[in-house]
Design a protein around this ligand. Structure first.
Ligand code: DCP
Ligand code: MG
Length: 387
């Protein structure tokens, strides 16, 4: 390795979508700390969240390890608070504020409660104030839970265990089989964190489309029925496509929430060693996990399947490039793309379309590269969108 100069100075652009952010970077100690502060801010619904996320994201894009405060010169998005935390860690090895957050009852309880599928910060905070600290407290509290939350409690342990790439691929095989059975010629694409090269994720995200526009209509209920008939779904809730009704009668495109037909689901993924009647896809998984050490099975317990969160999204072919860009993430990269579009280009970007306010028209794109070009941005490949 080359010797590192004492005061390495790098300049970086201010928008995350102008930077290349690899998965593996050189400042995990600092970014982990800032991400705890982002989470703490999120739990108290405080604006500090995006400030800390942006600061962490800048450090992820640095080609070297920060070893002193001079290294931060010329970097964007590092406010007084972030700098104070970084300085403390460089000097003492840790930040008191971060340590205090990690050890606080509120942080720990909010983390556990928001870890329930279907429970957001507002609900978790209300439960915390009522004295609930853990999913088991919720289960015994007598609160009325909706179906999503019931499934979230029931599968809490599984859903809080990382999903491996091998598991994502095994689910991909099942989804592919389902989609091809109900609509030959339809295509499925793995998006989200796995498309960015992450080895694990909290869920598995798929886009489904068909090269012939319109053929994709009505697809989701059929896919869901196919999966349900085979006992592969533990839970699912489908939201229909509401894009047209949102745009009708308005010149401006809808807000950033996308309106594709989408199924939030929990798959029952059969695991290797479950017995002769296990799903054939399990063999593939077994093979993949043999040569990696990432197995997610609980040892010493009889377990033959695992609950996995899966998002299925159906998109018309003409919107596919926008959907792919919008669903690949990271979440911060997406937010920054939209901020760039609005503030620098007077355009409005969603997972459906790109609208140019000056020309008063939608700009077409058939691949991600074209969207970056419309936005006047250098193309950043998925593996460098880990902002
Ligand atoms: N996304 C978005 N807005 C939404 C839903 C999703 O911008 N309402 C985008 C950003 C995410 C991607 O879709 O990066 C997938 O969402 P996830 O929450 O699954 O995020 P990741 O896949 O990036 O992370 P993980 O590995 O934890 O699943
Ligand atoms: Mg995901």
């Amino acid at each position: 390795a080359e010797p590192r100069p004492i005061a390495m100075v790098t300049t970086l652009n201010g928008y995350a979508c102008q930077r290349r952010t690899p998965l593996q970077h050189h400042n995990a100690v600092l970014t982990d700390a800032l991400l705890v502060l982002a989470e703490k801010a999120e739990f108290s619904e405080n604006e500090g969240r995006s400030v800390a996320l942006r600061a962490a994201s800048v450090l992820k894009a640095l080609p070297h390890t920060v070893i002193n405060m001079e290294n931060l010169q010329g970097l964007p998005c590092l406010g007084e608070h972030s700098q104070r935390v970084i300085k403390e860690i460089l000097e003492d090895g840790k930040s008191r504020e971060v340590e205090a957050a990690l050890h606080s009852e509120q942080y720990q309880a909010m983390k556990a409660l928001t870890g329930i599928f279907g429970v957001g910060v507002k609900t978790a905070d209300r439960w915390f104030r009522e004295g609930l600290r853990h999913p088991s407290d919720v289960a015994s509290s007598g609160h009325r839970l909706n179906h999503t939350q019931q499934a979230g409690i029931q599968h809490y342990d599984d859903l809080n265990m990382p999903v491996t790439k091998a598991e994502a691929d095994a689910i991909g095989q099942i989804v592919k089989e389902a989609v091809q059975a109900v609509l030959p010629g339809a295509e499925i694409i793995l998006t989200g964190g796995f498309r960015r090269g992450k080895p694990t994720g909290h869920d598995v995200d798929f886009l489904i489309t068909h090269p012939e526009e319109g053929k994709e209509e009505g697809l989701m209920p059929k896919v869901v029925s196919w999966l349900e008939a085979r006992g592969l779904l533990l839970y699912q809730k489908t939201n229909r496509n509401s894009y047209l009704e949102a745009t009708e009668g308005s010149a401006r495109p809808p807000n950033n929430m996308d309106r594709f037909e989408r199924s939030f689901s929990i798959f029952r993924l059969d695991m290797p060693g479950a017995g002769p009647e296990r799903h054939p896809q399990a063999a593939l998984l077994e093979q993949a996990q043999d040569d990696s050490s990432v197995g997610g099975r609980r040892v010493g317990e009889s377990w033959d399947w695992k609950a996995v969160r899966v998002d299925l999204v159906v998109t018309p072919f003409s919107q596919f490039a926008f959907a792919l860009l919008g669903w690949t993430g990271s979440q911060l990269f997406e937010r920054e793309l939209r901020r760039w579009a609005g503030q620098e280009k007077h355009m409005s970007l969603s997972s459906h379309a790109l609208y140019d306010s000056k020309q008063k028209r939608y700009l077409r794109a058939s691949c991600e590269e074209e969207i970056f070009a419309h936005l006047g941005l250098e193309f950043i490949p998925p593996c460098e969108r880990n902002a």
